[in-house]
Structures are given as structure tokens and as C-alpha cells.
Design a protein around this ligand. Structure first.
Ligand SMILES: Cc1cc2nc3c(=O)[nH]c(=O)nc-3n(C[C@H](O)[C@H](O)[C@H](O)COP(=O)(O)OP(=O)(O)OC[C@H]3O[C@@H](n4cnc5c(N)ncnc54)[C@H](O)[C@@H]3O)c2cc1C
Length: 318
């Protein structure tokens, strides 16, 4: 089916905010990626359910993204549909120390809001440039804390388009891992439970975290955050990935438009015109050199999206 016709069909069933041949580089913090056949900004649950049913009926791959701050898209883009969570699906309700927030909420904003209402427990996520949905999928966080620590319940869409309510246990959170990486579930909304504290205390902690991040990370150049995960076994043997890569002398190593950041070796920055091909080559080279030095294969935190819509940690495709 022609893409324009596909987009018209979607609009006809009440799916709005449909874009055709949308450059995915515009939806990736690494600024890499070719066009997606279709990109839809998620506005409400019922239109998302219709979109899901449509993709199933026509056998079109559908992927879900938030801010694209932990994703490598292919230079070829995606032969399918991207459902993007963001501002259009970002309501937040607060009651005491409880937060009910939509998946599209921008995490830095949520941290700020929680602090202003005296809710402690998520300030470790200050400065993480993603959506709440992406943070939950990754069980992201900082300073040995993760969003799963304060998650009480999740509402998600299962692959049949049914809304399911999940307990924290059912989310199977562990270090940078959750059930959402293994099952076909779209995170819609989360119930987070923090603890009450003085807003100024929480703000101060968040400001300290932000200051440290500004000092440690190369925030001025496009990147995807930490490229490699902090695997506990490798950490015990050789330290965190940034230290391992730095000790291998790889800071500043460049392939095409991508370079191992001279500021933090677990960051690969796009110095201009970086491609997914460059990312594959640079990540493969780092892994080979590190393996030869320490006998461990570094594993990627960043997810790669194939043109066919498969998603997995980048190293699984190398
Ligand atoms: C400068 C920088 C600093 C960073 N620092 C940190 C840090 O300190 N700690 C940390 O943990 N991470 C960090 N990250 C990585 C990234 O910001 C987090 O992983 C973030 O939570 C990803 O959110 P996102 O909305 O960008 O998700 P995306 O990158 O859009 O998606 C990531 C994955 O989540 C899936 N996904 C997204 N939304 C949904 C949904 N609603 N339902 C189901 N699946 C979904 C996607 O399919 C994809 O597989 C950093 C990134 C950058 C660029």
C-alpha cells in the first residue's frame, strides 16, 4: 500500500498526528536515523488501540518510542510505524506521596514537579532526558537507584490491545531491566510512590545531581547516554565501562561522524554526520579491543531498531 494511502486510512479510523516518511534522526538524541514510513504521536489510549489493531490487520511492524534518548535507528529508517509518546500523552496527578503519570511525561519535568510537591524518591532521575515510559522500560535511574524502586503499578496495553494493570512484582524490575524488554507491552501510565520530604531538601539533592552530570557527561554533543551497561560481573573484575574504555586508550577514537567522548569514555558523541554504520563499526571496535584486554564482552545499554522493527541491545546485532 502507498504510504499516503496508509496515512489516510489511519486518519479515517481516527488516528491523528500522522506523519509520512518522518526522519528518525529528529526523534533520536544521537541524531541518527533514516525515515520511518509512518510516525504517529500518541494522543489517547483508544486511538493507540486502533493503531495497534490496524498494524496487526495489515501486518505492519509497529514500534514504540519516547524521546529516543536510548535508541539507535538504522540509516535506512523503519519500514513500519513508530508510535511516539510525548507531550500529547503526559498528564500527571498527585495525591500525597503518590504520583499517577502518563508514559509521555518528560522525566526532568516530573522530577521538578515531584520536588515542588515535596515527593522524594525520584530525584535520582534528574537530568535523564527521556519519557517516563522509556525510563520504566529501561528501569533507568542513577546513583544505584532505579525508577522501579518507587513504581507501585503500571497500566499497559497488551498485544491484543487490552489495558492491563500490573503490580511492581509483575514488572520484574532488576538492574536496567524490566518485563517490558521481554514482552510485547506498551506502557501507558505509572503509579509511583515516593516519600514526603521538604521541597527544598529534594531540590537541593536534584541540583547536586544535575551539577555532577554537567561536569561528568558530554551534554553539548548529540549522544545516547551510556552506550554500555554496567554489568556487575565485569564491574567486579575491571570496573565500570567508562574506566575500562578509557584505560584501553580509546577516548577520542573516531569512525566517520562518531567519536568516543574525550569527556566520558562510555559516551559516543556525534561530531557531525554520524550514521548507524559508524555506530556499528565503532561499538564493534571498542568491544573487540576491550575483549582482548580483559576477556569480557561489553554489552550495550543502547537499543538498536532494525528497519524491520526488531529492537534489542545494539551488541546483539554485531
Ligand atoms: C545525555 C544522556 C544521559 C543519560 N543518562 C541516563 C542515566 O543517568 N540513567 C539512565 O538510566 N539512562 C540515562 N540515559 C538514557 C535514556 O535517557 C534513558 O534510558 C531513558 O529512560 C530513555 O527514555 P526515552 O523516552 O528516551 O526512551 P526511548 O529511547 O525512546 O526508548 C527506549 C526503549 O524504551 C522503549 N519504550 C519507550 N517508551 C515506551 C513505552 N511507553 N512502552 C513500551 N516501551 C517503550 C522503546 O521501544 C525502546 O526500546 C541518558 C541518555 C542521554 C542522552
Amino acid at each position: 500500500m502507498k504510504l499516503k494511502k496508509l496515512a489516510d486510512k489511519l486518519r479515517a479510523i481516527g488516528v491523528n498526528n500522522v506523519k509520512v516518511k518522518e526522519p528518525l534522526s529528529m526523534h533520536s538524541s544521537w541524531k541518527i536515523g533514516g525515515p520511518s514510513d509512518i510516525l504517529v504521536e500518541v494522543a489517547d489510549v483508544s486511538s493507540l488501540q486502533r493503531l495497534l489493531a490496524f498494524a496487526k490487520e495489515y501486518d505492519i511492524p509497529l514500534i514504540v518510542i519516547g524521546k529516543g534518548s536510548n535508541i539507535l535507528f538504522s540509516d535506512e529508517g523503519l519500514r513500519g510505524i513508530v508510535a511516539k509518546f510525548g507531550k500529547a500523552f503526559a498528564n500527571v496527578k498527585i495525591d500525597g506521596a503518590n504520583i499517577i503519570a502518563d508514559a509521555g511525561v518528560w522525566v526532568p519535568l516530573l522530577v521538578k514537579l515531584a520536588a515542588s510537591r515535596g515527593i522524594a524518591g525520584i530525584e535520582h532521575a534528574a537530568g535523564i532526558p527521556g519519557t517516563l515510559g522509556g525510563l520504566i522500560y529501561m528501569n533507568g535511574g542513577s546513583l544505584q537507584q532505579s525508577i522501579g524502586d518507587t513504581t507501585k503499578r503500571i497500566w499497559a496495553l497488551d498485544e491484543n490491545g487490552k489495558v492491563v494493570e500490573m503490580t511492581r512484582k509483575e514488572c520484574e524490575f532488576s538492574y536496567r531491566s524490566s518485563v517490558f524488554q521481554r514482552k510485547n507491552l506498551i506502557i501507558l501510565r505509572a503509579h509511583l510512590e515516593g516519600s514526603l520530604d521538604e521541597p527544598n531538601n529534594i531540590r537541593r539533592r536534584a541540583i547536586d545531581i544535575l551539577a555532577e552530570r554537567k561536569h561528568k557527561f558530554p551534554l553539548k554533543q548529540p549522544n545516547c547516554g551510556s552506550v554500555f551497561t554496567n554489568n556487575p560481573e565485569i564491574y567486579k573484575a575491571a570496573g565500570p565501562p567508562g574506566k575500562i574504555i578509557e584505560e584501553a586508550g580509546l577516548k577520542g577514537l573516531r569512525i566517520g561522524g562518531l567519536m568516543v567522548s574525550p569527556v566520558h569514555a562510555n559516551f559516543i558523541v556525534n561530531v557531525g554526520g554520524g550514521t548507524s554504520k559508524d555506530a556499528f563499526e565503532l561499538v564493534a571496535k571498542i568491544r573487540d579491543i576491550v575483549y582482548k584486554r580483559i576477556g569480557y564482552w561489553l554489552e550495550c545499554e543502547v537499543r538498536y531498531v532494525t528497519p524491520e522493527g526488531d529492537i534489542a541491545p545494539l551488541h546483539k546485532f554485531i
